[in-house]
Design a protein around this ligand. Structure first.
Ligand SMILES: [Zn+2]
Length: 232
């Protein structure tokens, strides 16, 4: 079903529709990226009726969104979580060279005008590095092979695994503590053996990643925060 867009409290909100044969009524929730809402449709309710329901719920949506953390810009003088540590963001002025971490700060080189872009590009490269390393480690341990690995800004999931052997991850995992990134890698790599969340799948994950439930709890608690940094 074609998504829709609505203005709520002067803010554009995306509306995604999901059909669910088991739903008993229309269900509304915020999307995981907090940029919109997801509405679940029970059988026999059409898109128009669902959209009407969303419009009537504008007050609820506005109220829920007002409780969400605002998007944090990545600016000099601000803070950012990197590998689970909160670091101060500093600009090195126009000095060239590599971005470095020292004494609780991340020092971003290059023109300060491009600081956000430079830091996000650097974080994506770090994410790729750590995710390749973790995925290769678990692939070897679980005796499976992946074909490709991509790092993107996927909003709805931390990682995914396709049947052709492609692993995809959110770059924002680099913001989380390493045990969380490791768990997501173990989870996706385990899907190369079990394309489901059955008992065999969880047995395999837990055999290689004893921190799984701690990592899941961390993501549940801090996931929205990881998505709260502006990315461009
Ligand atoms: Zn999964």
């Amino acid at each position: 079903m074609e998504p829709a867009e609505l203005a709520v409290a002067g803010r554009p909100i995306s509306v995604t529709f999901r059909r669910n044969a088991k739903a008993r009524r229309l269900i509304l929730r915020l999307s995981r990226d907090r940029a919109g809402v997801v509405v679940t449709l029970p059988p026999r309710i059409g898109r128009a009726e669902a959209l009407d329901f969303v419009k009537k719920s504008a007050k609820w949506i506005a109220e829920r969104l007002s409780r969400e953390p605002v998007m944090k810009p990545i600016v000099a003088g601000g803070q950012i979580l990197i590998r689970g540590e909160s670091l101060g963001i500093m600009s090195a002025g126009t000095r060239r060279g590599a971005i470095t971490i020292a004494n609780g700060s991340i020092i971003v080189t290059g023109d300060p005008v491009h600081l956000q872009r430079r830091l996000v590009d650097w974080l994506k490269a770090q994410a790729r590095h750590d995710l390749v390393q973790a995925s290769e480690f678990y692939a070897q341990a679980m005796e499976v092979k992946f074909i490709r690995l991509s790092v993107r800004d996927q909003k709805s999931r931390w990682g995914s695994c396709s049947s052709d052997g492609t692993l995809s991850y959110s770059w924002r995992l680099i913001l989380a503590p390493p045990f969380v990134l490791d768990y997501v890698a173990a989870h996706e790599v385990a899907h190369l053996r079990h394309m489901n969340h059955g008992r065999g799948f969880w047995r395999l994950v837990l055999a290689h990643c004893p921190n799984a439930s701690r990592a899941k709890a961390w993501l549940k608690q801090h996931g929205a925060e990881l998505h709260s940094y502006a990315s461009a």
